[in-house]
Design a protein around this ligand. Structure first.
Ligand code: K7E
Ligand code: CUA
Ligand code: CA
Length: 641
């Protein structure tokens, strides 16, 4: 079969299978249920060579930590619709905390306090600009090719926002809304500066926009005038540095270890508005960005701006970038509606998964750079392998020993394959057995990631797989099932399934960090907060007409003000500093009927603003267990009629 025929046939097979999954999901999965072994209650694998369970394997014990035993890895999981980042311990799979970003959170008062509202963004009336989100991808800052524990970033696809999380305090400190785009999906920080060798750490975050829109967004129906942009956000200021106007769309994002290249896979080079149109071509592209050249073009003033946005937009369209020696972009042809693009830890390759083609495409970065330098004539020669992996390949992770692990959405498998052997096979050595192993997962995997996968310190210990369906895996809880995150031991030749753990839908993506790389602080410094009340004696009610400021501190088991008086209609800002400086001594502050509840961690200051529109007595109480007299820890708000 020719390569084209092969991908065509597989695409047809894939869509057939997909239809089966979508329209006959219940019937199809009931078939799987029928395979359940009644005696053990474990599902037997549908197909494939590897066992579905880790029973009898020594590694299985690794996930069952003894009480008090700490995990060896952090997992940073995207929270999906809950708009937060979840922090897991691995290998246990225990969820340790959630870091609210885009959506209000009742535990910490995210979206309640003035400080969090300022990060989230408000309308003119002070209410939150957005209260829904859809996070998919999370990645962290780098230094010398490994995580440095400074920041993590996460996207919101619905409202095209990027949030930054400070990994010293595990809090979101900045959110930026990208201009000129819709459907912001892929995200990846750079790993060093392409020009200045002294900058060996992340200073940029690249963001791909999946949906194309008119510029300006006029409501035009003419899809021929729609565009997607690729954005670069400054890692420190979180301002958008520049954008690139492109042909086709963006999806996932990857960056090279030398900082010179960023890329996005493109599934809609057709610029279709309907799915049939989006899959009408046999090949789409992996689009590369020459970071140094783009920044030189911006510096030289070769850009446009759109609408109210001041962000410089350079021209990365095909027509404007035909001449390799001046090109800002390079469109490498890959088969059909590709999905993930991932950077191998040996720093040499980007791998594009075929999705509607059963293939993985290996692109050699040195050759892409050769093309930009005019040393490689045909850009497509940068493809050093295009090999069959199975049906519905989506995302790829690495073990640092030359192997890649790609999820096969339609086959419900992870395939382990050797990249150099795939290259040898592609070159003509048909004896090169590049597929090393396959394992069945339950079911329909999307993202996959390995411990330290996309760093130079990939350690090949654990692989986590985000499975989209969890039928029969957990106690039934009604129509909405959790997703099934499966943990696989990849330390040996064969993959071994270690554990399932349910997660609330739908994380999509995650990264796995060695625990030594993160050193979070347990207690804030008073000076971190400009409004801090450093001495209980500063407490009191300050009135300026209708505007009232209440200053209060907390020290278990009391608030510094046992009561405070307001007049109906007062515009009140209440500032609370927790002067307890002992690790884990957090207090809460709730005002009944005023929709106020937030916490203050040790030496943290937070504030809320509200109108005292209801007269009466309101017992403000501590909502976070802190002391034997926690229930008695109160302040009385008296609002005079
Ligand atoms: Cu494959 Cu949004 Cu990363 Cu989901 S995307 S799986
Ligand atoms: Cu303070 Cu509970
Ligand atoms: Ca396509």
């Amino acid at each position: 079969m020719t390569k084209q025929n092969a991908s065509h046939a597989a695409a047809a097979a894939g869509l057939g299978r997909r239809r089966f999954i979508n329209t006959a999901a219940l019937a199809g999965l009931a078939g799987i249920a029928a395979c359940t072994d009644k005696a053990t209650g474990t599902a037997t694998p549908l197909a494939g060579s590897a066992p579905a369970g880790g029973a009898g394997h020594g590694a299985a014990g690794a996930v069952h930590l003894k009480p008090g035993e700490l995990d060896t890895y952090y997992g940073l999981w995207s929270g999906g619709h809950t708009g937060d980042m979840r922090v897991l311990g691995l290998p246990s799979g225990r969820e340790i905390t959630r870091i609210p970003c885009f959506v209000p959170d009742a535990l910490v008062g995210w979206g309640v306090t003035n400080e969090s509202k300022q990060v989230m963004g408000t309308k003119a009336d002070g209410s939150l600009k957005y209260t829904v989100a859809d996070t998919h991808h999370t990645h962290a800052s780098y230094k010398d090719g490994n995580y440095d524990g400074r920041y993590a970033w996460i996207n919101d696809k619905i409202n095209s926002r990027i949030a930054r999380i400070r990994l010293d305090h595990f809090v979101c400190d900045k959110i930026t809304e990208l201009p000129n785009v819709q459907g912001f999906h892929g995200i990846f920080p750079d790993k060093r500066d392409p020009v200045d060798p002294a900058i060996n750490y992340t200073t940029r975050v690249f963001c791909g926009a999946e949906f194309s829109i008119p510029l300006p967004n006029s409501g035009s129906e003419d899809t021929g005038k729609y565009h997607s942009l690729f954005s670069c956000v400054d890692a420190e200021s979180m301002e958008v540095r520049w954008q690139v106007l492109i042909d086709g769309n963006c999806d996932l994002t990857a960056t090279s270890y030398d900082g010179k290249l960023a890329a996005t896979n493109q599934y809609n080079t057709e610029m279709g508005a309907k799915y049939e149109d989006m899959m009408s071509s046999e090949r789409d592209a992996c689009l590369f960005f020459n970071v140094a050249r783009i920044e030189a073009a911006v510096k030289a003033g070769k850009f446009k701006t759109y609408g109210d946005s001041k962000v410089p937009v350079v021209d990365g369209t095909l027509a404007a970038n035909k001449d390799a020696k001046s090109a800002l972009t390079a469109y490498v042809s890959v088969p059909k509606n590709p999905h993930g693009v991932n950077a191998s830890p040996d720093q040499k390759y980007f791998i594009c998964a075929g999705k509607l083609s059963p293939t993985g495409t290996v692109i050699e970065l040195a050759k892409v750079l050769d093309w930009f330098d005019g040393k490689l004539e045909k850009l497509d020669d940068a493809i050093v392998a295009e090999v069959e992996l199975g049906l519905g390949p989506l995302h790829t992770a690495f073990d640092g020993r030359g192997n890649a692990y790609t999820t096969l959405f339609l086959d419900s498998q992870v395939v382990k394959w050797n990249v150099e052997k795939a290259i040898a096979f592609h070159k003509g050595d048909k004896s090169a057995k590049y597929v090393v192993d396959r394992i069945d997962v339950q079911y329909q995997p999307g993202h996959v990631n390995a411990s330290q996968s996309e760093t130079i310190a990939a350690d090949g210990k654990y692989l986590a797989v985000g499975c989209k369906f969890s039928k029969d895996r957990f106690l039934p809880v009604g129509p909405l099932h959790p997703e099934n995150e499966q943990l696989i031991d990849i330390s040996g030749e064969k993959m071994v399934l270690l554990a399932d753990h349910p997660v609330r839908g739908e994380p999509h993506d995650f990264i796995i960090f060695k625990r030594e790389l993160l050193r979070p602080k347990q207690v804030y410094a008073l000076d971190d907060f400009p409004l801090a009340i450093k001495d209980p004696k500063e407490s009191g009610v300050l009135r300026n007409g209708k505007k009232v400021t209440i200053k209060m501190t907390s020290q278990a088991p009391a608030f510094s003000l046992r009561e405070f008086k307001l007049k109906r209609g007062d515009e009140v800002t209440l500032i609370l500093t927790n002067l307890d400086k002992i690790e884990d001594l957090t207090h809460g502050f709730a005002i009944p009927k005023y929709n106020v509840n937030f916490i203050v961690n040790p030496l943290e200051t937070a504030s809320v603003t509200f109108v005292a529109d209801k007269p009466g007595v309101f017992w403000c109480y501590c909502t976070h267990f802190c002391h034997a007299l926690h229930l008695e820890m109160r302040s009385r708000m008296i609002v005079e009629a």
